[in-house]
Design a protein around this ligand. Structure first.
Ligand code: PLP
Length: 398
């Protein structure tokens, strides 16, 4: 009989992908399902980026590239980090990977030894825990409070760090909550981290451009912690380039070199054509993102306007990203028209899918079993219809 590794057997399948699969099954039966489960912009990649990719093909960019990316791309990333984030990095500090996801995985696998503790600001992005598990690290969830828009504070972090802590992971803007840590909040976190030189921080800034409050702050901006921070960013969200698979990290050169070594044995590098497209994206600045952000903000406001009239949902106002993450626990224990009891967020997600034909994701996947995550990266009419249906379905629960 086939015996798979303990490693793969211990790994969870991505719940966001699982829910999307169920929604597709219903859609295949002809049911009009509105899927708000996926974390993906509904915009096309801007035309100038597509044009650069076509040109790259015609110019013969079809060979293996350097493992950490083309030098001109790494330079353009260093320039972007300087211009927009006030960070001083050289190309040797940058590793381009197959999505921000691989950048995160490279860093976790390069830093975490078996038994090392990794503090994850919770709610957190689904893959963080699985990456830590793969590295045989021990995850420590540090939970932000609803009252503080789910943002973990410096004081909480100070209490959670132990001599075994190796790494801290968070995203800002946050998937799933949309929370954006302010400059002051990050300054306080930097002070705490600086007191523990054995601790590193993975700052996931993939949603940087999708920010409704203005200033994006990077933890690495604070000199006291610069060498302890690995900044991760990419193109999937800000440039609507999810399928192209390109992201990067910036870190002190020993960490960048370690990530390069890891990547050299696993994927070599991301696609040559994608890298040329990424270079063009950066050269074009962020104005294409600004147009998308206008739409994301309008949709957030649209959805919040409907949600405030649905009893029992507690939702902080997301300051960034494209999700809403209501606490739905007021519905736990209620009964559906067919007599089933809603015991948890997964039951509620299944009920909303079967009754209202709207797909969401169970908050348990993000470390918040009292919540559901809905993506707001969908057309306005779809969002209006989805939340109308959700309201109707929830009203049937007694
Ligand atoms: N980090 C966060 C917080 C995300 O939400 C995502 C994608 O959903 C990623 C990283 C991965 O991005 P990429 O498509 O660049 O691998």
């Amino acid at each position: 009989p086939l015996v798979l590794s303990d490693r793969i057997n211990a790994m969870q399948e991505s719940q966001t992908i699982g829910m999307a699969k169920k929604a597709r099954e219903l859609a295949a039966q002809g049911i009009d399902v509105i899927s708000l489960s996926f974390g993906e912009p509904d915009f096309q990649t801007p035309q100038y980026i597509k044009d650069a990719a076509k040109k790259a093909l015609d110019e013969g960019y079809t060979f293996y590239t350097p493992v950490p990316g083309y030098p001109e791309l790494r330079q353009a990333i260093a320039d972007k980090l300087k211009r927009e984030n006030h960070l001083d990095y050289k190309p040797e500090n940058i590793v381009v990977s197959t999505g921000a996801k691989q950048a995160l995985a490279n860093a976790v696998l390069s830093l975490v030894n078996p038994g090392d503790e990794v503090i994850i600001f919770s709610p957190y992005w689904v893959s963080y825990e699985e990456m830590v598990r793969l590295a045989e690290g021990v995850t420590v969830r540090l939970v932000g409070s609803l009252e503080n828009d789910y943002k973990v504070t410096a004081a909480q972090l100070a209490e959670a760090i132990t001599p075994r802590t190796k790494l801290v992971m968070y995203s800002s803007p946050c998937n799933p909550t949309g929370a954006v840590w302010s400059r002051e909040e990050l300054a306080a976190i930097a002070e705490v981290v600086a007191q523990h030189p054995q601790v590193y921080v993975l700052a996931d800034e993939i949603y940087e451009y999708i920010n409704f409050v203005g200033e994006h702050a990077s933890l690495a901006q604070f000199d006291v912690v610069k060498d302890q921070v690995i900044t991760v960013n990419g193109f999937s969200k800000g440039y609507a380039m999810t399928g192209w698979r390109i992201g990067y990290l910036a870190a002190r050169k020993e960490i960048a070199a370690a990530c390069e070594k890891m990547q050299s044995q696993i994927t070599s590098a991301t696609c040559s054509i994608t890298q040329r497209a990424g270079l063009a994206a950066l050269q074009g600045g962020r104005s294409s993102a600004d147009e998308m952000v206008t739409a994301y903000r309008r949709r957030r406001d649209l959805v919040l306007g409907i949600v405030k009239d649905i009893p029992g949902l507690k939702t902080p106002t997301p300051d960034g990203a494209f999700y809403i993450f209501p606490d739905v626990s007021a519905y736990f224990g209620k009964t559906t028209p067919s007599g089933d009891t809603i015991q948890n967020a997964n039951d509620l997600a299944m009920y909303l899918l079967n009754d209202g034909h709207v797909a969401a994701v169970d908050g348990a996947a993000f470390g918040a079993p009292q919540c559901l995550r809905f993506s707001t990266a969908a057309a306005d009419e779809k969002l209006t219809e989805a939340f109308r249906r959700i309201k109707v379905s929830l009203a049937k629960l007694v």
